[in-house]
Write a protein that binds this ligand. Structure first.
Ligand code: NAP
Ligand code: MG
Length: 739
């Protein structure tokens, strides 16, 4: 890797397909500025293959690109463009394994019940791959996410519709508020570097070490908490009654991908609560068949065909749904309920979509209705309830006039809940969980019962200092009030508040508005301000970073795809994420069915411009700066001319939108006056692209409307992808002629 290198991640699903069209353009333009673009495969399939080298043939082996990038992220020369990737649920992981096996890769099955050493080893390797396994490794810095001015300007000119809540809307959030993660939390600040262990002592005195060798640094915040299984079950039974009494749809909103240990278990509790009678009757048979509610109803139903009496059990599930309370559906046509797949409904995307849709979700017949949105833990549920109340009281937010809520998020070095899966345990028996230091002192203790979900989280001091600095920097740079969303009633937040107050003292904050508010209060405050057209930075912990960068963008600009997401790395490098959204699995489906890809690459354009600017700053490559500023202007034109992908066959999709970006970028390069060499290279390119617009668009649209073969889902065929994603010979010829 030379110093003028940008590393692009090769990931999954829609973003991976989209960049197969965009990246060749980027590489050609970058080369003209002596910038090389390398790719690293961190896709789910790539990560699986890299975990089992000893089982693969020589030509099948792949290196551990994620590990390599994790190391790069700690170095000053890091310049990484990160596309969204799959955070695999167990069903997705199993599907990926099956696809690889069918393609001749001898990777092991996912051992549900590992009984041999070999199975335990395979299970451990897979557990490192599943869920949110990529971002915590790369995020060696805190997060700065905002809607660029050009995006806000576009939204003001072309506002999407935030639907009003109907008069008398019954939609609301149900949350526990007691005996949950929020209320049971305890927190300590570590006085000196130490090594901790997590110890479970059963009521009969038997000790089990749940985790050992947990290194912590001076000033690190360590908390632990638990969700009471019995309180959760009582709460769920009660919410089912409430939904029936209100005659609304029942929906549950978790984050089974990121909270990959705790949330599938909670999802399983919901499935068991809803189908209580079925589990009372058939629970043992289901368990014997290895069918767990944690994987969702879909996975149980799929497995029943191989169980004796499975038809009867399936019929009992169906009868329960018919008897109600009415479930919400993610796909009414295909009969997929909210309880089918743990990773289908993800709170950060699902709740804003619900608000945007007037508080309504879909029912069995595809009709819309109000819902009881069940968010068991009360840490952040209040954010959504406050949003719903605001919209009911004041009407929908108008994208044409509202201000913006950018985010400064704590996430460096796996701060807070991200990554807490390695410290989350479903408790095996009644007893006590202690966090113990090297000297044997108990730092935190919790009395727990069988089935409780206990977890610990960490936040190191250096990331917290850096986060406070980033908040002040952004508040100053954008002259915008900054609100720390922290709740003094929460043990963890109380520790953070103390640090924030100390570290704010390091900066001159005269003239700045910097306040601390609990999340629900901060929500109301920020919403009241955006209604007046005013902006407010939300400075949040890691989970709210994730939630808020979907919530506000979706309400403000219709999607989180158009966000600028910068991660200034602690050691001076840059990580540039492409939007705040995920990998849009349903867009892949549309591509395969009708050769149309709706993925919007705008976030990738913004990330690239920021990455090129950073590269120029760190290496002095002036041409990179010209590429960056021209790309910025081209993106502005792209938005003004409304060249994002359409939704239907016959309009331009992702590939057509890349053509227009290439055209505008070449035109900007051809006419800028900072670098004559670049202008000379791109003048004929701009001319060739402009004069052949009609031919290129016709070639791109001609392929639409029939199925596309990409030769695999988790590991599609590279040659087939190039064929599908670069179908215009005319465009390819121009791009390939650069340099
Ligand atoms: P998602 O992929 O963001 O999809 C939700 C919806 O957002 C999509 O169906 C689409 O809605 C819209 N969307 C998001 N980005 C878009 C874009 N660039 N262009 C067009 N539409 C876009 O969220 P999800 O379904 O919750 O998650 C899917 C997968 O992505 C999961 O495996 C998840 O873990 C992963 N994920 C990864 C990251 C990351 O790596 N940074 C972040 C979030 C999620 P419409 O079709 O209705 O427009
Ligand atoms: Mg999110």
């Amino acid at each position: 890797m030379n110093e003028s290198t940008i590393v692009y991640t090769h990931t999954d699903e829609a973003p991976a397909l989209a960049t197969a069209s965009f990246l060749p353009i980027v590489q050609a333009y970058a080369k003209a500025a002596d910038v090389s673009i390398e790719t690293r495969d961190i896709s789910l399939s790539g990560r699986i293959l890299s975990a089992f080298p000893e089982r693969l043939k020589e030509d099948q082996k792949v290196s551990d690109a994620l590990k390599e990038l994790g190391q790069l992220a700690t170095k000053p020369e890091a310049n990484i463009i990160k596309l969204p990737n799959i955070s695999a649920s167990i069903p997705q992981l199993k599907a990926a394994i099956a696809e690889l096996q069918a393609a001749g890769y001898d990777v092991p099955d996912y051992p549900e019940d590992a009984s041999t050493d070999e199975e335990r080893e395979a299970r451990a390797r897979y557990d490192r791959i599943k869920g949110s396994a990529v971002n915590p490794v790369l995020r060696e810095g805190n997060s700065d996410r905002r809607a660029p001015l050009s995006v806000k300007a576009y939204a003001r000119k072309h506002p999407h519709v935030n639907k009003p809540f109907a008069a008398g809307s019954k939609t609301r959030v149900a949350t526990m508020g007691h005996d949950d993660f929020f209320s049971n939390e305890k927190s300590v600040v570590i006085p000196a570097a130490d090594t901790l262990s997590i110890r479970f002592t059963a009521a009969d005195g038997t000790e089990t070490v749940l985790k050992s060798g947990l290194k912590v640094l001076e000033g690190e915040i360590v908390d632990s908490t638990f969700m009471s299984a019995s309180a959760l079950d009582a709460f769920l039974a009660d919410t089912l009654k409430q939904a029936a009494a209100d005659d609304v749809l029942y929906s549950v909103h978790l984050k089974a991908t990121m909270m990959k240990v705790s949330d599938p278990i909670m999802f399983g509790h919901v499935v068991k609560a809803y189908f209580a009678e079925v589990f009372a009757k058939h629970g043992a048979a289901l368990e014997a068949a290895g069918l767990t509610p944690n994987d969702g109803l879909g996975s149980i139903l799929a497995g029943l065909s191989e169980v004796a009496g499975g038809d009867q059990i399936a019929a009992d599930f169906t009868a329960t749904i018919a008897a109600g309370p009415r479930l919400s559906y993610t796909n009414s046509d295909k009969g997929i309920t909210n309880l089918h797949v743990p990773s289908d409904v993800i709170v950060d995307a699902s709740m804003p979509a619900l608000v945007r849709n007037g508080g309504k979700l879909w029912g069995v017949d595809g009709g819309e209705d109000d819902t009881l949105a069940v968010i068991p833990d009360s840490s952040y549920a209040g954010v959504y309830q406050a949003t719903i109340e605001d919209v009911i009281a004041n009407g929908p937010l108008d994208p044409a006039t509202i201000g913006t809520v950018p985010n400064v998020g704590l996430m460096a070095q796996a701060a807070e809940e991200y990554g807490s899966h390695d410290k989350t345990f479903e408790i095996a028996a009644d007893g006590r969980v202690d966090i113990v230091n090297a000297a044997g002192d108990v730092l935190i203790t919790h009395n727990v019962h069988k089935g409780d979900i206990w977890r610990a989280t960490q936040a190191k001091d250096i990331p917290i200092r850096d986060w406070v600095k980033l908040a002040v920097t952004r508040a100053r740079a954008s002259n915008t009030p900054a609100i720390f969303w922290l709740d003094e009633k929460r043990a963890h937040d109380a520790q953070i508040i103390a640090k924030v107050k100390t570290y704010l003292g390091d900066y001159d904050t005269t003239g700045l508005t910097i306040e601390i508010m609990a999340p629900a209060e901060a929500t109301k405050y920020s919403l009241a301000r955006i209604r007046k057209g005013e902006d407010t930075i939300s400075v949040t912990g890691n989970v709210l970073r994730d939630y808020n960068t979907d919530l506000f963008p979706i309400l403000e600009v219709g999607t989180s795809a158009k966000m600028l997401s910068i991660v200034p790395l602690l050691n001076g490098g840059g990580l540039f994420e492409t939007g705040a959204g995920g990998s849009a699995p349903k867009h892949v489906q549309q591509l395969v069915e009708e050769n149309f890809l709706r993925w919007d690459s705008l976030g990738e354009f913004f990330a690239l411009a920021a990455s090129l600017e950073h590269l120029s700053d760190t290496t002095g490559n002036k041409k990179a700066l010209v590429l960056s500023s021209t790309l910025d202007r081209a993106t502005g034109t792209f938005l003004e001319e409304d060249r994002s992908p359409g939704r239907k066959v016959g309009t331009i999709d992702n590939r057509g939108s890349h053509y227009y970006l290439a055209l505008y970028w070449a035109q900007e390069l051809a006419t800028q006056t900072d670098d004559a060499e670049l202008a000379a290279i791109f003048a004929p390119i701009a001319e060739a692209l402009a004069s052949q617009e009609e031919t290129i668009i016709a070639e791109l649209i001609a392929v639409q409307g029939k199925p596309a073969d990409i030769g695999g889902y988790y590991k599609p065929d590279a040659t087939k992808i190039v064929k599908v994603m670069r179908p215009s010979a005319t465009l390819n010829k121009v791009i390939d002629s650069i340099n």
